[in-house]
Design a protein. Structure first.
Length: 337
């Protein structure tokens, strides 16, 4: 694949890896691939939602990461189902889940910007508080998800999950946010060089705070929808922490910040979902599954970063400066330094 193309479109590798895994599943199962793809499109949106928020945080620059997304998803799931059952309104339940994410994000943001706590520590602490509340709610929890919302989440017009279409629209809005708005350009600028952004008058603290708040809101939304689709549980969001970071990076977003690739999140999410299907299909042990997943993720990361590494490590030919010609004869040494 042309190096220039992959550097300008880093999301290609995620989709290529997903297509490869899909073909392997077809070869092993010997069945049509429509059902496999439809199932992947049913599960991928939940990972895409939380990953889009994680992407915004990572884009804010080195050290920025939201490790509270997993406990937020679990807590938001319980809160959403409880409020929905208590009010009879699915919308109220979803808004409650988003509200939980915002509250946890506010705590993290205050610690990061107000107390100068490193993001990973601040979000970890906020996540631990959320986990404690989740465990308290889980005891004796009897509320059930709203059946109307569950039916909507399972809706498949023309065989395509309606949720996948909705989250594709959300992804497009994220692209617009990053490319067409002042906030999006400010976030990219902060991620590329925070000090230069400050000197240019960018409200850095506000930009970073907004990224964490959006991440919390999207994690809360994920929890609300996922708890309705499956069921609320204390470990509902456990897998989404590492997976959200991995799909962000595999999708082409720079872990060092300054470049966000929302479209790439979709390719990487499909890759992860299909990879889970593959290892379950072959019936491998948990250790073997983790080994395969880790190896493939590293391989895709290697391919995805190849263009950037090639650009950064390629030798640059520089013309050596010509020594100045003295107008008078001297007896001293001539030096290139």
């Amino acid at each position: 694949m042309n190096l220039r193309v992959t550097r300008s479109r880093p999301w290609i590798w995620g989709f290529a890896a997903a297509a490869l895994i899909w073909l392997v599943i077809l070869a092993i199962s010997g069945q049509g691939g429509g059902q496999t793809l439809s199932l992947a499109l049913s599960l991928a949106p939940y990972l895409v939602i939380v990953a889009l928020g994680q992407m915004l945080v990572v884009t804010a620059g080195p050290g920025n990461i939201d490790v509270s997304v997993a406990p937020v998803i679990s807590l938001a799931g319980f809160a959403s189902v409880a409020v929905s059952a208590g009010t009879g309104s699915a919308l109220a339940g979803v808004l409650a889940g988003i509200g939980v994410g915002l509250v946890v994000a506010v705590v993290s943001t205050m610690a990061i910007l107000g107390l100068a706590v490193p993001p990973i520590i601040a979000t970890l602490a906020a996540g631990l508080v959320a986990s404690s509340v989740t465990l308290h709610l889980a005891g004796g929890f009897t509320a059930v998800p709203d059946p109307g919302l569950r039916e909507l989440l399972n809706l498949r017009p023309l065989g395509v999950p309606a949720l996948a279409v909705a989250i594709a629209a959300l992804t497009w809005l994220t692209v617009v946010l990053l490319r067409r708005t002042v906030y999006g350009r400010s976030l990219i600028a902060v991620g590329q060089n925070r000090r230069a952004a400050e000197r240019a008058g960018v409200p850095v603290s506000r930009v970073i705070a907004t990224a964490y708040l959006l991440s919390g809101a999207l994690a809360g939304l994920t929890g609300a929808l996922l708890a309705t689709y499956i069921a609320p549980s204390a470990d509902l969001g456990t897998r989404y922490l590492l997976d959200s970071v991995a799909v962000v990076v595999i999708g082409g977003t720079l872990i060092s910040g300054g470049r966000a690739v929302p479209v790439g999140v979709w390719g990487a999410a499909l890759f992860f979902i299909l990879l889970d299907g593959l290892v379950n299909l072959v019936g491998w042990s948990t250790a073997a599954q983790n080994l395969l997943k880790g190896g493939l993720v590293l391989f895709v990361l290697f391919l995805a970063g190849g263009g950037d590494r090639a650009a950064s490590t390629a030798p640059r030919l520089r013309r050596r400066p010509r020594p100045a010609v003295a107008t008078t004869t001297t007896t001293g040494d001539n030096s290139d330094g």
